[in-house]
Design a protein around this ligand. Structure first.
Ligand code: PMP
Length: 469
C-alpha cells in the first residue's frame, strides 16, 4: 500500500505528477494536462486566489460562477462546523426531515417573488445544477402524466445553452461538443436557436426585432412538433457557459406569450443567474417572466459546499402533491443538513451586506460603465454587461465586426495572458467573460478593468506579431 500523501509537503511538480497520475478532471484534455501540468490553487481570500507558486490571481469568475460572497467567509465555515457537530447527515426519505432543510425551503420560498399570481412555495433539493435539471425532467413528465397528457414528452432547449453534464443535463443543453460524445441528446429533447444578437441578427435588423424573431424560433418548433407533444421549454435567463449571451429586452416577453399560448411549462435555469448575479434573488424577476420551475445551485451556498435544487411553482406542485401519490425520485443528499445550514448562513450574510441590492444599484451600474470602455479597444467588437456578468468579443476587424478564424483560438491566447497577468477570465471561443464575486469594491473593479486592458494589449501585440491581423 502507498504511504499516505501529506499535501503540505509536496512541491508543485510533485502535486502535478500525482494529479495527472490519478485525477481525471472534468472537461479536460488529459494528454495536454499531463504535458503542461495543472495549476494548483492552494488558498483564497476575498476576490483573490493563490497558486502553489505563490502567484496572487484576481478571480473574476467567482470560482465557477459560484463564490458570490467571496472567499474566506468565516460565517460559512462556522455554520458548517456547528451543523456537523449537531447533525452531519440524515436523509429526508421515509417521512423524516431536518431543521436546516425546512428553514431553507421556507426562506427560499420567501425570496422567490410571485409573478402573475403564480408563487413558489416548494423546493426540491439536489446537490448540483445537473441533478436539479434531471429532477426537472422527472417532474415535468410526471406532471403531464398526472394531467392525463402522457404524450407531452418533448422538452425544448436551445443551441449553446448549458444545463449540466449528466445524461439529461447535457441533453437539455445545446453544446454540440457534448452531444457528439455518448449519443446525446437522449430521446424527446430538441433545440432551437439562441438569441445571440451579435452573431445571428440579419443585416440592419434592430435588437428589438431580433429578440422577437429569436423567440419565434420556439413557436415554429412547437408547431413543427405539434403543441400537444411539447412538455416544456428550458432556458437560462442569460446564457452563462455559452458565453454570457444577453437576450434583447423583447425576447422574454415573447417567450412568455408563446409558452402561455400553447400551455407549455417554462423552466428557468438560474444556476448562474440566481442569488444576486443579475441584481435579484431570482433572475426571472429581472426579465418579468413567469416560470413554472426554477433551477438553482452554485451561489445558494456561495459554492462553499455543494447544494442545488428546483423551486417548484404552484401549478406543478399542486398536481404532484394533490394527485401524485409517491414521487419515485430523490437523492441521498436531498436536503443535506450541512449544505442547507451553509446556504442559510450565506443568504443571511448576503442580506446583511445587501449584496443583491448593491449589484442592482451600485457595483452593477459601475461595472457597466467601466466595462463599456473596453469597447474602444482595437480587438473588441462588443462589450456588454448584465448585473454582475459581462462579456466581450475579440474580433479581427471592429468596424465590419469580422471574426478571427476559430482555428487560431484567439480567446485562448487572451486567456493565457490573463493568467500571466494575475487575472482569471474565461474564454468561450473568442468571447471573454467574467462573473466576479458580488463583494467587489469600486477600487477592485478598477483594478480588474486595468488588468483586462493590459491583457487585451498583450493579446493584440501577440496577434500582430503572428500576422493574424
Ligand atoms: N445549469 C447551468 C445554467 C449552469 O451554468 C450549470 C453549470 N455551470 C449547470 C446547470 C450544471 O451545474 P453543475 O455543474 O452543478 O451540475
Amino acid at each position: 500500500m502507498n504511504a499516505p500523501v501529506k499535501s503540505e509537503h509536496l512541491n508543485t511538480r510533485e502535486i502535478q505528477s500525482l494529479d495527472s497520475a490519478h485525477f481525471l478532471h472534468p472537461f479536460t484534455d488529459h494528454g495536454d494536462l499531463a504535458t503542461r501540468g495543472a495549476r494548483v490553487i492552494t488558498h483564497a481570500d476575498n476576490i483573490y486566489v493563490w497558486d502553489s507558486e505563490g502567484n496572487k490571481i484576481l478571480d473574476a469568475m467567482s470560482g465557477l460562477w459560484c463564490v458570490n460572497a467571496g472567499y474566506g467567509r468565516k460565517e460559512l465555515a462556522d455554520a458548517a462546523h456547528a451543523q456537523m457537530m449537531t447533525l452531519p447527515f440524515y436523509n429526508s426519505f421515509f417521512q423524516t426531515t431536518n431543521v436546516p432543510a425546512v428553514k431553507l425551503a421556507a426562506k427560499l420560498a420567501s425570496l422567490a417573488p410571485a409573478v402573475g399570481g403564480r408563487s413558489f412555495q416548494h423546493v426540491f433539493y439536489s446537490s448540483s445544477g445537473s441533478e436539479s435539471n434531471d429532477s426537472n425532467v422527472r417532474m415535468v413528465r410526471r406532471y403531464w402524466d398526472l394531467m392525463g397528457q402522457p404524450q407531452r414528452k418533448i422538452i425544448i432547449g436551445r443551441h449553446n445553452g448549458y444545463h449540466g453534464s449528466t445524461m439529461a443535463g447535457a441533453s437539455l443543453g445545446g453544446m454540440s461538443g457534448m452531444h457528439a460524445q455518448g449519443d446525446l441528446p437522449i430521446p424527446n429533447i430538441t433545440h432551437v436557436e439562441q438569441p445571440y444578437f451579435f452573431e445571428n441578427a440579419l443585416p440592419g435588423e434592430s435588437e428589438a426585432d431580433f429578440g422577437v424573431r429569436a423567440a419565434g424560433f420556439l413557436e415554429a418548433k412547437i408547431l413543427e412538433l405539434g403543441a400537444d407533444k411539447v412538455a416544456a421549454f428550458i432556458a437560462e435567463p442569460v446564457q452563462g457557459a455559452g458565453g454570457v449571451i444577453i437576450p434583447p429586452a423583447t425576447y422574454w416577453p415573447e417567450i412568455q406569450r408563446i409558452v402561455d399560448k400553447y400551455g407549455i411549462l417554462l423552466i428557468s435555469d438560474e444556476v448562474i443567474c440566481a442569488f444576486g448575479r443579475l441584481g435579484h434573488w431570482f433572475a426571472y424577476e429581472k426579465f418579468g417572466y413567469r416560470p413554472d420551475l426554477v433551477t438553482f445551485a452554485k451561489a445558494v451556498t456561495s459554492g462553499y459546499v455543494p447544494l442545488g435544487g428546483v423551486m417548484v411553482g404552484d401549478r406543478v406542485a399542486k398536481v404532484l402533491i394533490e394527485q401524485g401519490g409517491e414521487f419515485n425520485h430523490g437523492y441521498t443528499y436531498s436536503g443535506h443538513p450541512v449544505a442547507c445550514a451553509v446556504a442559510l448562513a450565506n443568504i443571511e450574510l448576503m442580506e446583511r451586506e445587501n449584496l443583491v441590492g448593491r449589484v442592482k444599484d451600485d457595483i452593477g451600474p459601475y461595472l457597466a460603465k467601466r466595462f463599456a470602455e473596453l469597447a474602444d479597444h482595437p480587438l473588441v467588437g462588443v462589450a456588454e454587461t448584465c448585473g454582475f456578468v459581462a462579456g466581450l468579443v475579440l474580433v479581427k476587424d471592429k468596424v465590419t465586426k469580422t471574426a478571427f478564424d476559430p482555428n487560431l483560438a484567439v480567446g485562448m491566447v487572451c486567456r493565457k495572458h490573463c493568467f500571466g497577468n494575475g487575472l482569471i477570465m474565461r474564454a468561450v471561443g473568442d468571447r471573454m467573460i467574467i462573473a466576479p464575486p458580488l463583494v467587489m469594491t469600486h477600487a477592485q473593479i478598477d483594478e480588474m478593468i486595468d488588468l483586462i486592458k493590459r491583457c487585451l494589449d498583450a493579446t493584440l501585440e501577440e496577434v500582430r506579431a503572428k500576422g493574424w491581423l
